[in-house]
Ligand binder design. Structure first.
Ligand code: ST9
Ligand code: ZN
Ligand code: ZN
Length: 352
């Protein structure tokens, strides 16, 4: 029998004391040690995607038609919206409401982007926000850049993800007919929309070769979009300022914001996840907000939630790291202390 190493108190307070009944400690209830289990099928699949994408990149510069390259870029942009405006801001966070034509458009774009059914994507993402940087976070950035970028998709999830995830309410998404349809027919819809359609269109409409059509707008476009998305979990959880909350890892990362249509303002987003703009700065590096506002103008979007300037500033003052942007001297957010302590040369009036 293993020695009793449990920290559970035995009830014995001093040497010589005996207990009336010997206390048995149920070690079976102790948390089992986490062992990482690699999923080799995924390792092979992602290795293939990345190697084939390098070939796609070569073809894009050497033999693909302009129309094919343009098609790949267009697919990247529109399917990114299926993730940002769809899976992320609409479904995972419910930060705005959409009429069914937009829901349908976003569901189709989301399926072309192949990041699993939006219900599953949103489940992981809700867990990510509620248990950020713990073992229950599916892509816990404390486990390093590689793990939070792609490593988490190469091994079985930590038991805490599943345990804590059980408490997440998904009834709103499960009762949504468009999302239920996507999930039910995913194994048919996803290959058709993500792999077959983007390969067939260039061949039939502008006489592209099968190989260019497969490697450029299909494999390269898909792998590129995946990596841009993963950067939010890796780079934007490690590099950048924290003007709203310096006690958390998510950061304001302009490079990621640019490539993900506004999802790199990640310090703001983790502090105010219900804000449909996912940032304080309007359309700055935020094509998704522009798109949602445009849809609101044509009547497809309503009930958009955001955060008041006043509430943002209170949070900046309370927990920010001091990097919140000012336009310069006299900005209304400049503190009195900053004015008083400023070094002013050749000052000839009392009024600065
Ligand atoms: C992909 C997703 O790449 C990328 C998501 C990125 C998210 C980024 C977010 C950033 C913010 C937004 C920015 C957007 C920017 C976009 C820019 C665009 C330019 N709660 O998962 P399983 C339970 S996908 C509760 O298999 P394993 C549940 O019972 C790429 N319970 O776990 C479940 O059963 P079911 C393509 C949970 O076995 C069961 O466990 N897809 C939770 O450990 C099994 O679930 C792939 O390559 C939870 N959170 O396997 C597939 N999770 O589902 C990759 C699980 O029936 N995935 N449970 O209810 C896999 O192969 C597997 O999931 C695994 C883990 C091997 C990774
Ligand atoms: Zn995050
Ligand atoms: Zn989020």
């Amino acid at each position: 029998m293993a020695p009793n190493t449990s920290l559970t108190p035995t009830g014995v307070l001093f040497e010589g004391e005996t207990l009336a009944e010997p206390q048995l400690i149920d070690v079976s209830k102790e948390k089992p040690k986490y062992v990482r289990r690699i999923v080799w099928r995924n390792v092979l699949a992602f290795s293939y995607l990345h190697i084939a994408s390098l070939y796609g990149l070569y073809l894009a510069f050497t033999s693909a038609k302009w129309a094919t390259v343009f098609f790949a870029i267009l697919l990247y942009q529109s399917t990114a919206l299926g993730i940002t405006a769809g899976a992320h801001r609409l479904w995972a966070h419910r930060s705005y409401k959409a009429k069914w034509p937009l829901q349908l458009f976003l569901m189709i774009m989301n399926t072309i982007a192949f990041q699993d059914a939006a219900i599953d994507w949103a489940r992981d993402h809700r867990v990510h926000h509620k248990f950020s940087e713990t073992d229950a976070d599916p892509h816990n950035a404390k486990r390093g850049f590689f793990f939070s970028h792609v490593g988490w998709l190469l091994c079985r999830k930590h038991p805490d993800v599943k345990e804590k995830g059980k408490g997440i309410d998904l009834s709103d998404l499960e009762s949504d007919p468009i999302l239920a349809f996507q999930k039910k027919y995913y194994t048919f819809l996803m290959p058709l929309l993500c792999f077959i359609m983007p390969t067939v269109i260039p061949v039939f409409f502008w006489d592209e070769t099968w190989s260019n059509a497969y490697f450029v707008p299909t494999i390269l476009r898909y792998t590129f979009t995946l990596n841009m998305t993963w950067l939010v979990n890796s780079a934007a959880h490690m590099f950048g300022n924290k003007p709203y909350d310096k006690y958390i890892n998510p950061s304001e990362n302009k490079g990621v914001a640019l490539m993900t249509f506004g999802e790199g303002w990640h310090n703001y987003h983790h502090v105010f996840p219900w804000d449909y703009r996912a940032s304080e700065f309007g359309y700055r590096l935020n094509f998704t907000t522009m798109f949602i506002d445009f849809c609101a103008k044509i009547g497809w979007v309503y009930d958009m939630k955001s955060v008041s300037e006043d509430m943002v500033m209170k949070r900046v003052e309370r927990t920010g790291d001091g990097s919140h942007e000012l336009w310069g001297w006299g900005d209304k957010d400049q503190t009195q202390e900053e004015r008083d302590e400023a070094v002013v040369k050749y000052n000839c009036t009392k009024d600065q």
